[in-house]
Design a protein around this ligand. Structure first.
Ligand code: GLY
Ligand code: MN
Ligand code: MN
Length: 444
């Protein structure tokens, strides 16, 4: 059996202590307070938006309901956790800390915001605050709030996942894979987007608010809207295709998986799905430390050109097709992004822990990862071939558009598009596909 997050947490905690000590020393802060955040009220209403805890906090404390809590960290000392547990009969109050992590903190419980703030050091000069601070917290005299240089370094560190984080990401993939299998069956049974969405939630055992991002449950041409979120309740007259981009959470770490299905009658679309799936796996074979993520993105453009040529959608040599910008009309986004505490995880566009920002290539405006591939990175690989009228129409008017077999493209418009997305962990010599491993485990 693989090692559990619980067994790996002590080394993760030690590594966080080390990273924060280095970062605070380099930026000359005495200590840092990490605020979990608090719920945001809805304008002129007595409700709040779903509470999303700060990723900085959750990297240390794998709980999602610690609104108002604070971590107080001074290098060389044991971290303190001020756990905010109000006496409240309207809302659920966080349970007493339990599980594998509390033994690593000195914990005090605070029943009111004032009691929580009273637990902070008397003087906060020399201290940084990390988090989305309300005025009461921000007005306490911190030396700095979310200082850019400190944030940049801590974000950069998050590019290198600890063994604990890899275990959480693997488990998030196993949970999400269960949902994908159930959703695929619901599609085959002719269900609506909304029903498929509910099937997914039931299979993963997470609510909408607990998922790392809003599910994309897209039947037919809806798959051509890249972040489609309408979740139609009506069953369509015919279900030709189904794109599901849906993840899961494990202790704050995200899975981000997309699968695309074709109805048996949609043979041309089914062929595209199979070819893109093959191309995606072939590309992942090339991942190892030292290659540039931008090069992988460009390789995928060439592979997509090969698929467009092989299926007769475009009559042009693949290299000329990428040169002419034709693949960008079918694959208009980036190959993927770093993944971790945030689904689009941080630091994909910085050169190093002290910066600078890397320049966005003009030809690839949506690529979120401009860094070289390194051991410990986790990112998605999510190529797509989409039939988006808004992007195809201009191509039709250009000279390059003459190479496109427009009747074949039009026949595929009702299927929307295909995306295949896996989460990949880079090892010292190659890459481990967390998503395929999760599906294989379920199949076994
Ligand atoms: N699920 C959002 C994305 O794939 O980036
Ligand atoms: Mn993604
Ligand atoms: Mn996704």
């Amino acid at each position: 059996m693989s090692v559990t997050p619980a067994e790996l947490y002590p080394a993760h905690h030690d590594e966080l202590l080390r990273r924060y000590s280095v970062a605070l020393q380099k930026q000359a802060y005495d200590g840092v307070v990490i605020f979990a955040g608090s719920p945001h009220p809805v304008f002129q209403d007595d409700r709040s938006y779903p509470f999303l805890i700060s990723p900085w906090y959750r990297q240390w404390v794998p709980e999602r309901d610690h609104a108002g809590s604070l971590i107080v960290l001074r290098p060389g000392e044991r971290p303190r956790l001020v756990c905010y547990q109000p006496r409240d009969y309207w809302h659920v109050v966080p349970a007493a800390p339990a599980g594998f992590w509390p033994g690593h903190f000195d914990i005090v419980s605070a029943g009111t915001p004032a009691a929580a703030l009273a637990e902070l050091p008397d003087s906060l000069s020399g201290w940084a605050l990390l988090g989305e601070a309300d005025p009461a917290l921000a007005g306490l005299g911190f030396e700095a709030i979310n200082p850019e240089a400190l944030v940049r370094r801590l974000h950069f560190d998050r590019l290198y996942k600890t063994a604990y984080e890899l275990a959480c990401l693997g488990e998030a993939n196993r949970i999400a894979a269960r949902g994908h299998l159930a959703a695929g069956e619901a599609f085959a049974a002719g269900r609506s987007e909304f029903e498929i969405h509910l099937t997914y939630l039931r299979a993963v055992g997470q609510t909408d608010a607990q998922l790392p991002y809003a599910n994309i449950v897209a039947l037919n041409e809806h798959a051509a809207t890249l972040h489609y979120d309408a979740s139609e309740a009506a069953v369509p007259a015919v279900s030709r295709s189904f794109l599901l981009d849906a993840g899961a959470d494990c202790a704050g770490y995200a899975a981000d998986i997309t699968r695309t299905w074709a109805a048996p009658s949609e043979t041309a679309f089914g062929e595209l799905v199979a070819l893109l799936d093959e191309a995606q796996q072939a590309l992942i074979e090339n991942i190892r430390p030292g290659v540039e993520y931008l090069d992988l993105h460009c390789q995928m453009h060439r592979q997509i050109a090969g698929i467009l040529a092989a299926t007769g959608l475009v009559d042009m040599a693949p290299d000329d097709m990428t040169e002419a910008g034709i693949t960008s009309a079918f694959f208009p986004l980036g190959l993927g992004h770093h993944l971790g505490l945030q689904v689009h995880d941080v630091a994909g566009k910085v050169a190093g822990p002290d910066g600078p920002e890397l320049a966005q290539p003009a030809a690839h405006p949506f690529l979120r990862n401009l860094r070289p591939v390194e051991a410990g990175n986790v990112f998605t690989v999510e190529p797509g071939i989409y039939f988006i009228p808004q992007l195809l129409e201009p191509l039709r008017g250009e000279p390059a558009g003459r190479a496109v077999n427009w009747s074949a493209v039009e026949a595929l418009l009702p299927c929307g598009g295909v995306r295949i997305e896996d989460d990949v962990a880079v090892t010292a010599t190659g890459a481990e596909n967390l998503t395929r491993a999760a599906f294989a485990e379920l199949a076994a």
